[in-house]
Design a protein around this ligand. Structure first.
Ligand SMILES: *[C@@H]1O[C@H](CO)[C@@H](O)[C@H](O)[C@H]1NC(C)=O
Ligand SMILES: *[C@@H]1O[C@H](CO)[C@@H](O)[C@H](O)[C@H]1NC(C)=O
Ligand SMILES: *[C@@H]1O[C@H](CO)[C@@H](O)[C@H](O)[C@H]1NC(C)=O
Length: 240
């Protein structure tokens, strides 16, 4: 990108004429800061959306057993998350993403099943009681967007899948890892038939104070960069 910007500038200079002012410097949607956030699904290619469309749906957990939640997209209010870790843990991508639930409130953490690192395999995502997975946190500089990181190069996907616990279909959230093609020297992205690639984008929300007796703690809840309203961002306006 930098070289493209430089060559455009060089062209501008070579032309040596006052060109109409045109923004060639990459710019990004404005972020705000908060401790709480919802995670909004942003379809990488909106033309691939399901019917009804799920772009801008929110990450949420559905009960699939005692202390076990599976990750799905919900049309309305999703779960409220916060990023947990010391400043140093966060800086080194060693924080994790939590939500509070139950009575009294205790932490539920996002985890990606990254054991079977095989091509074409959907990796399950849980939001189970506990700390979740270290490294599942928001991306930081030099990444341009504070989206939820995947544990390996790849993408989150939204899939139309049967939830055995309910015998009905949900739009589940899974991860797909890229594979390395040694002949081209490039990473190859895989998105199965019944799935669409998404990013999970933080939308700012207030993290309420915990009632006394809670087993959760917000002592290490990070102040994160997030967007006021992800669905209203006009993406083509921005970016490199
Ligand atoms: C959101 O999706 C649009 C495509 O509709 C894409 O241009 C943009 O980069 C995406 N943003 C993020 C943060 O993933
Ligand atoms: C999901 O798949 C089921 C079964 O094939 C189908 O009936 C349903 O319409 C699909 N839902 C979406 C949102 O595509
Ligand atoms: C949150 O982060 C702090 C600091 O690393 C840690 O002590 C605490 O156990 C974490 N909370 C959970 C639920 O893992």
């Amino acid at each position: 990108m930098l070289s493209a910007v430089l060559s455009l500038n060089a062209l501008g200079l070579a032309a040596a004429a006052p060109l109409e002012s045109r923004q060639v410097v990459p710019h990004y949607p404005p972020t705000q800061q908060s401790k709480g956030f919802h995670l909004i699904a942003n379809l990488t290619d909106p033309s691939q959306d399901f019917t009804p469309p799920v772009n801008s749906w929110q990450l949420s957990g559905i009960h699939v057993g005692a202390g076990l939640n599976d990750a799905v997209l919900a049309a309305s209010k999703g779960q409220l998350f916060y990023q947990n870790g010391t400043a140093e843990q966060t800086r080194y991508n060693q924080a994790h993403t939590l939500s509070d639930g139950g009575t009294p409130l205790f932490p539920w953490g996002i985890a990606v099943d990254d054991q079977a690192d095989t091509e074409g395999v959907l990796h399950g995502i849980s939001i189970n009681a506990g700390s979740g997975q270290v490294g599942i946190q928001l991306a930081q500089f030099p990444e341009h967007y504070p989206i939820l990181r995947t544990p390996a190069p790849g993408t989150y996907v939204a899939c139309n899948q049967t939830e055995p616990y309910y015998h009905t279909n949900y739009i589940t959230v899974r991860a797909m890892f890229d594979t390395f093609d040694s002949t081209t020297g490039r990473y190859v992205r895989h998105v199965p038939e019944n799935c669409v690639a998404i990013t999970l984008v933080p939308q700012c929300a207030e993290l309420p104070a915990l009632p006394s007796g809670s087993m959760s703690s917000h002592e290490f809840a990070n102040t994160v960069n997030c967007y006021a309203d992800v669905a209203s961002i006009d993406w083509p306006e921005y970016g490199p």
